[in-house]
Design a binder for this molecule. Structure first.
Ligand code: UTP
Length: 272
């Protein structure tokens, strides 16, 4: 069973400057909820029972958002607005927090979850990738596969060739059901990408990845890369890539963020 998840949210969000100087991209509004709220809901709907968020000095807004607000609740009660208390974002599962002192990379952020995870399989959800699925939540699709094979499994999607340079790109042997047995993964290939399948921000890992993260040296962008630890994992365990059903929006790219906002609004209008 995959019960724990790490959500790394300590990056600087440089692609979103200047607004991300004060507003974390994870808190960008999508309807009346911030983006990270959708990711927490996805984790809960996928069976996750505890979340560790990796934050930084500049991300206290995220911690406040998911916390109780006694003052606001008291006010709403006094005003007889009980229905509004119900929509306040206090998740049904515990969320723990660790600060990443300096944004040294995604690999470094996940590494901080070592003691929280212990010796269990765990999920990672990147909060700047929002996945809207018509069937099952994206992470649930990976957890289902993990339950079958008990191997690390990475969410992937086919993307246009011109966009491959922005992502981790896999190569592997097709195993049917949109599944690949991975043999390599390359971080942000500037040319000669090994396939058209890019990593989306959803993963289920065996705990072995954590000790491999500890051994990494900074690489692409001078950051500790999760991709490098996955490469090492591939040399000691089988890992799979699963094409995830659903639409992916990378909110680090402004056009995709706008597209997400419009998609959510259109879905709301349809319901009316
Ligand atoms: P990104 O590389 O997409 O986010 O990392 P970023 O670094 O914040 O954004 P840009 O590239 O400068 O615009 C994916 C996720 O990993 C987190 C980010 O917060 C984001 O949610 N992350 C990244 C960390 O938690 N720590 C890091 O050191 C780097």
């Amino acid at each position: 069973m995959v019960k724990k998840a790490i959500i790394p949210a300590a990056g600087y969000g440089t692609r979103g400057l200047p607004i991300t100087k004060v507003l974390p991209k994870e808190m960008f509004p999508v309807g009346l909820k911030p983006a990270i709220h959708y990711v927490v809901e996805e984790a809960i709907e996928s069976g996750i029972e505890q979340i560790l968020m990796i934050v930084s000095k500049k991300k206290n807004m995220i911690v406040d958002y998911f916390d109780e607000s006694l003052e606001l609740e008291t006010f709403l009660e006094r005003e007889n607005k009980h229905h509004l208390i119900d929509i306040l974002p206090v998740p049904s599962i515990p969320i723990h927090y660790i600060r990443q002192p300096y944004a040294k990379g995604l690999g470094d952020a996940i590494r901080l979850g070592k003691y929280f995870i212990g010796d269990e399989p765990f999920a990672v959800l990147l909060p700047d990738d929002i996945l809207l699925s018509n069937k099952e939540p994206a992470l649930k699709q990976l957890v289902n596969q993990y339950n079958k094979f008990k191997k690390s499994i990475i969410g992937i999607k086919e993307v246009e060739e011109s966009k491959l340079k922005h992502y981790g790109v896999i190569s592997g042997e097709a195993k049917g059901e949109e599944l690949f047995k991975l043999d390599d993964i390359v971080e942000k290939p500037s040319k000669n990408a090994p396939s058209n399948y890019a990593v989306i921000g959803r993963y289920v890992f065996s705990p072995a990845i954590l000790s491999l993260l500890d051994k990494q040296q900074p690489s692409v962008g001078e950051e500790l890369q999760l991709t490098d630890a996955i490469k090492d994992l591939l040399s000691q365990e089988e890992c799979f890539g699963k094409v995830v059903e659903g639409k992916r929006f990378d909110i680090g790219i402004y056009e995709e963020y706008l597209n997400l906002v419009n998609t959510i609004q259109q879905a709301k209008n349809k319901k009316k």
